[in-house]
Structure formats: C-alpha cells, structure tokens
Write a protein that binds this ligand. Structure first.
Ligand code: PLP
Length: 442
C-alpha cells in the first residue's frame, strides 16, 4: 500500500493540469471537480484541453525531429467529437476514420477531408461513396473486395483516389488477443507471406484511377514495447524492396499505424513519445538504406495516447457494502455502459476519492458499476479512504475507448462531456435525457 497522497501517487496518470486544493478537492484545468459535478452532474467525462494540446505538440515535435515531414493522424475511434476535431485542426493533426459516421463528425468539426485517412475491413459501398464524395485524402484499402468496389466507383466517376494498402506483416505485437492485429491470422489487411499483398499491389497498380501512395501496417495496441514496430517495419521494408524489383513500384508514403501505449496505472508507465519516434525512424532509415529505397513520408496514427490521459471519468458513490472477511464494494453511478474496457479486456485503472486527494488511502475496496452484470467492475482492490455516499470518485486515463464504446445498456443515460481549460468549463456534449431514449422508437 502506498503512503503517498493520491495527488502525488497518481501524477503520471492524471491530466497534466491536475492539482489538489487545500481541502483536497481535485482540480483539472483550473476547475474543481466538485463544481463540475454540481454544474453538470455525474457520471461526467472531463477532458483537459491543455493535456491534449501538449501531447499533440510532443508527437509532432518528436517525430518530425527524426522523420522530417512526418504527419500525425489521430485515430478517431478512440474518441471523436466536433470539439475535439476543432482542437486537432488547430494543432496540425489529421484524422483516421473507420466509418461514414466518424467522417461525418470530423467534417462537422472542421477537419479538411484531405487530411483524413479512411480505414476498416468492412467499409460498405455506401461508405466508400461517401468518402469519395467528401474527398478524403487517402483510403487505406484492406482487402480484395474493397479494391474491386473502389476500382469500379473511381472508374464511374473518372476521378483519381489516393490509396494505401494495409499489409498484415505477421508480427506478434505481444498485447491482448482482442487488440492484436498484425498476425497472419487477422481479419485486417492483406497477408504478406501468402503473396496476397503482392497480388493486391499488382491489381491496384492496374486500376486506372487508383494512386497507390504506399503501405500501411498497424500491429495492435497498446504496445508497451517499442520493438514490434522495428520488426514490422523491417518486414514491410523487405516487401517494399521486392515490389520495387519485381514491379518497379516505389513507395512514397508509409504508415506504421498507432498503438502507442498509455499509462493507465502508476506501476506500468508507457514509453515516451520520443522512444517510439526513435525506434520507428531508425527502422525506416535502416530499411531504406539496406534496400536502396527512397525515404517515404511517414504518417503516424496514435489514438489512445493522444486523448487517454486528458480524460477523467467522474462518478458519485451510490452504495457501499462490506462483506465480512471478504471484500468491500463501492458502487458508483456509472460503469460498463460508459467504460466497457474492464469487462472486455480486463483493463486495469487507478481510482481516487476526488475530494480527498491529500489523504493517504487506508482501505481497499472494489469499485463496482451499477449495471446488471457481475462483470461490471471498474477497479478491483482500489486503495481508497473511507467514503461517504455521494462522494466523488475519479478514474483517470479514461479519455480513450470509453465514451467511444459507450452504450445505453440498462437504458442508462449517456454521460455529459465537458472540456476544461484555464478555469473555464465548456459543456461539449449534454447528458442524455430520458426522452432521448424514446427518440428513435416508432
Ligand atoms: C485503432 C487503430 C489505431 C489507434 O490505436 P491506438 O491504440 O488508439 O493508438 C491506429 N490505426 C489503426 C489502423 C487502428 O485500427
């Protein structure tokens, strides 16, 4: 058990602007979470604008230092909203989308479609048309059927589309089975060893309106080790060299994907952005030197690591239970409908009593969600002080893949989202209402 106050023990996990005031109340972006909860209710998702901006700047600085001209596309599936998009535009980020819905929100938020890359293994013909109409910069083609549809659609329109081919290099990224994507047996991408990647390139080069700018890999996430990137890039470099030899094709662009880790718990700190930058840059330089390939423009695609730390989930305690000689449970007013990750990936989190940030915790309790599933447990064996009903619980590192994966399970209401900065709190999404639950019903 730690003997540090949570404000210090959780310094690597909380948003960069996190402070505790003299009475121990957590403040983010100069706003007291007690005031935020009073104004907007709980569960509440609080995003710290400063943290997002700092991380965006760090990514561009570190990658451009080692790979001049490198570009960053934020992976919108981690969390997307018009407010976030506007911020990304200001920071010089492009965007990865995986659906017409994400593209629609990105455009509503002011993203230039030219800076959008469209991903996914199941893009429907309708979605592809939507993307072509919108003028997305790149479509990351995943499979043969998609190639056929795109070839046909671009012929009908007689308009050129830039594409990249998503290649599955056959690399084990050593992460959760549900989030590994670079293995041979993956639903994503053209398998390399079987020759399908080469066949796809040949077909794409014959398509009159498809311009193949290069290759894309995404190994999985979160990758707490940087080595898999080197393995993946070495493999793709060899492939690029073979394609040059056999088909005279030269890559102009390359994406090593996303998957950069996020510090969820104090005992497992994610590598610095710079470590990823150095590893990826070295591997690309090595591949180009070894095979005499031109240096491609590099597009990175971080998602969780851009917004995860900025986001804090704020709940209220609604019930407590002590089971003698067994366990203490604290139930909060949210759970698996706003955070499915513990149930889906066994994800671990820290938790803190947000109004007692200066108090060294003396108890161990399990934070349960309110949903009718035994698996709806947010944090097992959290270190907490004694808690009153209604007290605020903060779960840091909640900015990614939480509200993006939310549901209305048990017909709960989706939480409000607030963006804080310099003492200002801006509601960027209102809480759902009971009437919202009936809006789609006929
Ligand atoms: C999910 C995904 C990402 C982002 O992964 P993170 O872990 O959020 O960084 C990037 N690229 C592709 C193709 C993805 O599927």
């Amino acid at each position: 058990m730690t003997n540090q106050a949570p404000i210090d023990a959780l310094a690597d996990v909380l948003p960069l602007t996190a402070r505790a005031n003299i009475t121990g109340v957590l403040q983010i972006g100069g706003c007291s979470v007690r005031d935020l909860a009073a104004a907007f209710g709980t569960p509440l998702y609080v995003y710290d604008e400063h943290t997002i901006r700092q991380i965006c700047r760090q990514y561009l600085r570190d990658f451009q230092a080692h790979l001049p001209g490198a570009r960053a596309h934020y992976a919108g599936k981690a969390w997307l909203s018009p407010a976030l998009t506007a911020l990304l535009v200001e920071e010089g980020f492009g965007l990865d989308v995986v659906s017409a819905g994400e593209l629609h929100v990105a455009i509503a938020g002011g993203m230039d479609p030219e800076h959008v890359a469209f991903h996914g293994n199941g893009k429907t013909p309708h979605e592809l048309e939507y993307a072509l109409d919108a003028g997305v910069g790149r479509i990351i083609v995943d499979n043969d059927d998609e190639l056929t549809v795109l070839d046909q659609l671009t012929r009908e329109r007689a308009s050129e589309q830039r594409i990249m081919l998503r290649i599955t290099p056959g690399v084990d990224a050593q992460t959760h089975a549900k989030t590994t994507t670079g293995l041979r047996d993956s639903k994503f991408g053209f398998p390399l060893p079987s020759g399908q990647a080469e066949a796809a390139l040949v077909r794409a080069l014959e398509a009159p309106f498809l311009d193949v700018t290069g290759f894309h890999i995404h190994l999985g996430s979160p990758l707490f080790n940087v080595e898999p990137y080197a393995d993946g890039i070495a493999t793709i470099g060899e492939f690029a060299a073979e394609m040059k030899q056999r088909h005279g094709y030269e890559w102009r662009e390359f994406s090593p994907g996303g998957g950069m880790a996020l510090t969820y718990t104090a005992d497992r700190v994610a590598p610095a952005t710079e470590s990823y930058a150095v590893q990826i840059a070295e591997a690309i330089h090595t591949a180009c030197d070894t095979h005499g390939l031109p240096m491609p423009d590099v597009h990175i695609e971080p998602g969780r690591s851009v917004v995860g730390r900025a986001g804090l989930a704020l709940y209220s305690v609604v019930s407590r239970k002590h089971i003698p000689d067994t366990r203490d449970y604290v139930t909060v007013d949210g759970g698996m409908s706003d955070n499915i990750r513990p149930a889906m990936y066994d994800s671990k989190y820290e938790a803190a009593a947000a109004e007692q940030m200066n108090t060294v915790p003396g108890l161990v309790a399990t934070i349960a969600g309110k949903f009718c599933e035994s698996g709806d447990v947010l944090v097992r064996d959290a270190q907490l002080p004694a808690l009153q009903l209604g007290e605020l619980i903060a779960i840091p590192a909640s900015g990614a893949y939480q509200i993006a994966m939310e549901s209305n399970y048990n017909l709960s209401l989706r939480p409000a989202v607030v963006m804080v900065n310099d003492g200002d709190a801006r509601l960027v999404r209102r809480r759902q209402t009971l009437d919202d639950l009936l809006h789609l019903e006929l």
